[in-house]
Ligand binder design. Sequence first.
Ligand code: 5GP
Ligand code: ZN
Length: 111
Amino acid sequence: MSDHDCLFCKIINKEIPSEFSYEDDSFVVFKDINPKAPVHLLIVPKKHIRSINDLTFEHRDIIADIFEVAKKMAINNNVDKSGYKLFFNVEKGGGQEIFHIHLHLIGGWKK
Ligand code: 5GP
Ligand code: ZN
């Protein structure tokens, strides 16, 4: 399930102490260490999946549910009405630095 060399697996397994904004059976959410916006959260499936390119049919529940978590986080952080961006960086050329999939949620800019 987890990859011993993966930073996000270590965070999920609490080998690296981190504060979670949210946790359930399938996901953790925490703040990006280098925020690109006033609100910058990483929504991370607990299952180690290397990149979007590695998704298969068996991951379909994770991909459906991740957007439900994102919506919840937008409400909790009061950016649902003002608006926000959701994105995945895919592979090195797409800006992916951590090879454990995660959905970025950014928002909270002044109107
Ligand atoms: P990627 O570029 O892979 O899509 O996104 C990785 C993100 O993880 C980056 O925005 C980076 O700032 C963030 N990050 C890297 N290391 C850590 C860490 O140890 N803790 C937290 N909270 N975020 C991290
Ligand atoms: Zn991992």
